[in-house]
Each structure stands twice: as structure tokens, then as C-alpha cells.
Design a protein around this ligand. Structure first.
Ligand SMILES: *Cc1c(COP(=O)(O)O)cnc(C)c1O
Length: 385
């Protein structure tokens, strides 16, 4: 169905940060399939693991033990500080699991008609529950009646949430992105997540972080909450967990990890041997190559370069980012830049109409980084000048 307005280009092969189209033209990928291919395209290590696993066993269902899934759960628990993992196949599904955890948590607390606080400008997925939780009206439009039980609050605004403390006996959880991605790369103030953690602790609310886009080293740490030295009650991942293989996960700690029991949730494909093998390989490569540190360093170079070259331009509102998640906000619609970049063989994204969004693979080299910076600076100067 016509769910996407696609660009007229088709890629047939990839190699690291590069994609090759059907005519043999090479494009530098500064989007990574929307923060999915953190290790780049056609990674030989991933390809090898997949081929080997496909010859052994692809799927058995969750009616039996899956040792690779158990190993992966252990690795994820180790890098996140969470206790238990539920496996599914996408970001929306990971968030569905988190929402179901919040609802069960409400039952345990005997809260009728519970409320989950979510944020304006957020994006949590396209299923009925996750679009109801999404704070972008255009995502919800036309799908009423929505799932009740979500209250939209301003992002990066602790005082606004403090006002709900007294009136908020029906509130059971706060769910948010650690950095808003689709919303335009909105980086909250330092200390925001820590303050939220305190607020949730004071009120007995669960803190649920959607790290579908920010997780797996994208922001320069395994998870963005680790920059603030806190632990959420639940965290969702997907996008880059399988470097392109469809896998999502909802990780949880403490009481939140005990809410889902046999019969209350499930997934036929979730965490099957093939995707688990891929995700294990992804984690091995990310840690073995120090890609979190590299993402942090590369991101700093990009931010500094863009600020040095673009910050003074009239139509540049703000340049922001965390690790290899970079946004350049312009004062007007700049969607045309996607096609202009494509003409120059560079893949970028514009979100919210006005924010140039860059999500290059974490394996990006210095030369490739320079190429992205030069091309984007040229395009923005040309557009605004
Ligand atoms: C992409 C995204 C989702 C949805 O993931 P899907 O795999 O497309 O369902 C949810 N939350 C955030 C923050 C995302 O960036």
C-alpha cells in the first residue's frame, strides 16, 4: 500500500557506509536505514553468523528453550542493568510490551483507569497503542477512537510534571524517548532523566525509556540513560539491535520485570535463533570495536564542524545532537534537501519538515565523516543563501 512516499532510487548492494544503486552509482549513507545499520551494510561478520545460523536452525517458536535467545538476554541484561528481557520483532512491539507492563503494574497497585504520562512531540510506533502514546497529532489523525490512558505533557519540562504529583493518583508511569528522534532530534537538558528518575521514585511511577532509536551505542553509550547514571524500570530497543534483522526487545528491572507471565504476552517470531544470533554478533562487534566511544567522538566532530560553519546563518535555528544523532534545525521547510543530497550521492533525512537529521553508521571513518560534513554544509549554505 502507499504508506511511503519513496524516493526514486533502488539499492542493490552495500559496503560499510556505502550503498550501490541499480546503475552502479555509490551513495554515502548518513541515515543507516533510519538508525538501523549501525555496523554499516553487508557487514562480513554479521553475514557469516547469519549464513552459519541459517544452515543450522532458523526458528523453533517460544514453546521451547532457545539457548541463543537466553544468551542474548544475558548480554542485554549485562549491558543495560536490567533483569529480564521480552523479545519481539520491532520497536512498536517492544513499546507495546512496555505499555502492557504499565497496565499490569496498575492492576497490582489497584489503580483503575491508569494513566501513562507521555510527551508532546514523541514517537513510539504505528500500532494502535503506540500511536495513541505518540505525541505527534499527524501520527494519530484518522485513527480514533484511540487507546485511552495516555496524557501528553511537554518534553524536557520537569516542573510541568511536578504539577501532576498531587493530582496524579491515577498516574502509574512516565514513558519517553531519551532523545526525541522523529520529533526532530530534541536533546533534553543534562539532568533531565535523573530528575525524572527522582520524580518517579517519589511517586511510585515506572520510568519507561523508549531507546528504540537511541539504544545500542547510537548516542555514545550502550543506552542514553547511562550518560546520567540512572536505571529506568523498563527500556525498549529495536532498530539497530539486529543491524537490519527484525528484532525488538523490552528490558525491565525489579517489579516491572515480573509483570508479564505465561499467557499474558508473547510473540511467535520473537527472539528466534536467527535474529538472536545476529543480535549477539552485533553486541560483540559493538563492544569489541569500542563503537560507543567512536560514536561519541565522531558526533562531537560533526557538531563542532556544523556549529563552526552553519551556526551564524540566519535561517539556522539550532544545531544539536548526542553521539551520532545530529539535527540541524532550519527556520522553514527544507524537505527539498533530501533530494538535493541524493543528487550529490548522500543519503540524509529531514524530519518534522525543518530538521536535517543525520544518523550515520557508527563505523563511519574520518574521511567519510568529513565528506558528510562538507556536503551537508554546502547544501545548507546553498539552500539558505
Ligand atoms: C522507530 C521508532 C519506533 C518504532 O519502531 P518500529 O520498528 O518502526 O516499530 C518507536 N520508537 C522510537 C523512538 C523510534 O525511533
Amino acid at each position: 500500500m502507499a504508506t511511503y512516499k519513496r524516493l526514486d532510487v533502488a539499492f542493490e548492494a552495500g559496503e560499510g557506509a556505502w550503498l550501490i544503486d541499480s546503475r552502479g552509482e555509490r551513495y554515502l549513507d548518513a541515515l543507516s536505514g533510519i538508525a538501523v545499520c549501525g555496523l554499516g551494510h553487508a557487514h562480513p561478520g554479521i553475514a557469516e553468523v547469519l549464513a552459519r545460523q541459517a544452515r543450522r536452525l532458523i526458528h523453533t517458536s517460544n514453546l521451547y528453550r532457545i539457548p541463543l535467545q537466553e544468551q542474548l538476554a544475558g548480554r542485554l541484561a549485562g549491558i543495560s542493568g536490567m533483569d529480564r528481557v521480552f523479545f519481539c520483532n520491532s520497536g512498536a512491539e517492544a513499546n507495546e510490551a512496555a505499555i502492557k507492563i504499565c497496565r499490569k503494574f496498575a492492576r497490582h497497585k489497584q489503580v483503575e483507569e491508569p494513566v501513562i504520562i507521555v510527551m508532546e512531540g514523541s514517537f513510539h510506533g504505528r500500532t494502535m497503542a503506540t500511536l495513541s502514546a505518540t505525541g505527534k497529532p499527524e501520527v494519530r489523525a484518522g485513527f480514533d477512537p484511540l487507546l485511552p490512558g495516555f496524557r501528553y505533557m511537554p518534553y524536557n519540562d520537569i516542573p510541568a510534571l511536578e504539577k501532576l504529583e498531587d493530582a496524579g493518583e491515577r498516574v502509574v508511569a512516565v514513558m519517553l524517548e531519551a532523545v526525541q528522534g522523529e520529533g526532530g532530534v530534541i536533546v533534553p537538558d543534562p539532568g533531565y532523566l535523573k530528575a525524572l528518575r527522582d520524580l518517579c521514585d517519589r511517586n511510585g511511577w515506572l520510568l519507561v525509556l523508549d531507546e528504540v532509536q537511541t539504544g545500542m551505542c547510537r548516542t555514545g553509550a550502550w543506552f542514553a540513560y547511562q550518560h546520567e547514571d540512572i536505571l529506568p524500570d523498563a527500556v525498549t530497543v529495536a532498530k539497530s539491535l539486529g543491524n537490519g534483522l527484525p528484532i525488538g526487545a523490552c528490558l525491565a528491572a525489579g517489579p516491572a520485570a515480573e509483570m508479564l507471565q505465561p499467557g499474558s504476552h508473547g510473540s511467535t517470531f520473537g527472539g528466534n535463533p536467527l535474529v538472536s544470533a545476529a543480535a549477539l554478533a552485533v553486541i560483540d562487534i559493538l563492544s569489541g570495536q569500542g563503537l560507543a566511544e567512536r560514536a561519541a567522538a565522531s558526533g562531537r566532530v560533526m557538531l563542532e564542524s556544523f556549529r563552526a560553519q552553519l551556526a551564524d546563518l540566519d535561517q539556522v535555528v539550532e544545531i544539536r545532537g548526542k553521539g551520532l544523532m545530529i539535527g540541524i534545525e532550519l527556520s522553514g521547510d527544507c524537505g527539498v534537501l533530501v533530494e538535493r543530497a541524493l543528487e550529490r550521492r548522500l543519503l540524509i533525512n529531514v524530519t518534522g519538515g525543518r530538521v536535517v537529521r543525520l544518523l550515520p553508521p557508527l563505523i563511519i571513518t574520518e574521511d567519510e565523516l568529513r565528506h558528510i560534513i562538507d556536503t551537508v554544509c554546502f547544501l545548507v549554505k546553498d539552500f539558505t543563501g
